[in-house]
Write a protein that binds this ligand. Sequence first.
Ligand SMILES: Cc1cc2nc3c(=O)[nH]c(=O)nc-3n(C[C@H](O)[C@H](O)[C@H](O)COP(=O)(O)OP(=O)(O)OC[C@H]3O[C@@H](n4cnc5c(N)ncnc54)[C@H](O)[C@@H]3O)c2cc1C
Length: 340
Amino acid sequence: MEPQDTERTERFRASVRAFVASLTPPGWRGIGALAPIEREEFQEMTRAALAERGWVAPAWPAECGGAGHGPTELVILVEEFTAAGIPFGSDNDEFGVTMLSNTMLRWSDPALLRRFLPRIASGEYVFAQGFSEPGAGSDLASLALRAERADNRWVLNGQKLWSSGAHRANWMFVLARTNRDAPAHRGISMLLVPLDQPGIEIRPIRNLTGETDFNEVFFDDATTEFNLVVGEVNQGWAVAMTLLGFERGATALKAPIRFRNELDRLIELIRERGLDRDRDIRRRVTWSHDQVEKLRCHGLRTATALIAGESPARPPPRSNCSGASTTSEQPSWPSRPRPA
Ligand SMILES: Cc1cc2nc3c(=O)[nH]c(=O)nc-3n(C[C@H](O)[C@H](O)[C@H](O)COP(=O)(O)OP(=O)(O)OC[C@H]3O[C@@H](n4cnc5c(N)ncnc54)[C@H](O)[C@@H]3O)c2cc1C
């Protein structure tokens, strides 16, 4: 059965559609058709416009920096953005809103939520992810960056690698070794570390296309407050698993939109240049189409599970900024409204 909008949701949908139209120029072909620099500019502009309306995290309560909307409004927002070829939420928000804040809603107390969530939603705090290291990629638990307590601060020494967007961020959630005597998974904590300080050096990595979205980040007696730990000290592995659940959920749902756009653009170019009879190019395009479709199906499966009430991450949300128990996480998936 096709879901029906009520009068109220129809009004909301119309306002979102008008908002999306105000963001996109005539001839808009989706975000995947933009060059990297244009994409960044477009995302920044969209982000600012969303923040003005409390729509960066629409399902959060107002005291957390959201708009206090229900799941239906959120679904409408995601649907209208998706229909226009725009993943809902910028790449920067992946880290701060989708991954970190949802994780904090499960692991942090209201005081920490009140301090961070509104600033993340407004864009004042932009986060990067500090997990991978030169000797800790797939084997993440072997990470070596260490954090030691000195009075009421942590002192951090070591290196992170492949930190996407760290050059645009002013904070990083960092997995650090806080107990070197414990087994690998048990001596890790997730710390919130300001990047704008003398002990931090961010070095961009230039990739094959000339872009510099990844970074190496060096910590040389960098510090952060002792209470800026997500979850308990040495509980960071479980906290990281919660966060990776959100990362996977978001990737499965948003990435196919961008990849589909990019592939459609590529096919256009191939036709324009008269290469569409080339057997090798046809084979490669077919392979790419197949990959995008697989990812899209995986996204749909994730969305179906979420609509059925399953979350991409455990444990369930603990409290919100006012301390009340809540289910108001910021879902990170497009879906259809439930049938009436
Ligand atoms: C687009 C992108 C963005 C990223 N952004 C971030 C970020 O913001 N922050 C961050 O912390 N990290 C980020 N990463 C890093 C990513 O999480 C790492 O690439 C990942 O952890 C893998 O580590 P690695 O590259 O060191 O590969 P390795 O661990 O060295 O693996 C290399 C290859 O060996 C295989 N392999 C490894 N171990 C085994 C084994 N035991 N048995 C068989 N095969 C094995 C792997 O499957 C892989 O094919 C990003 C990566 C990508 C691609």
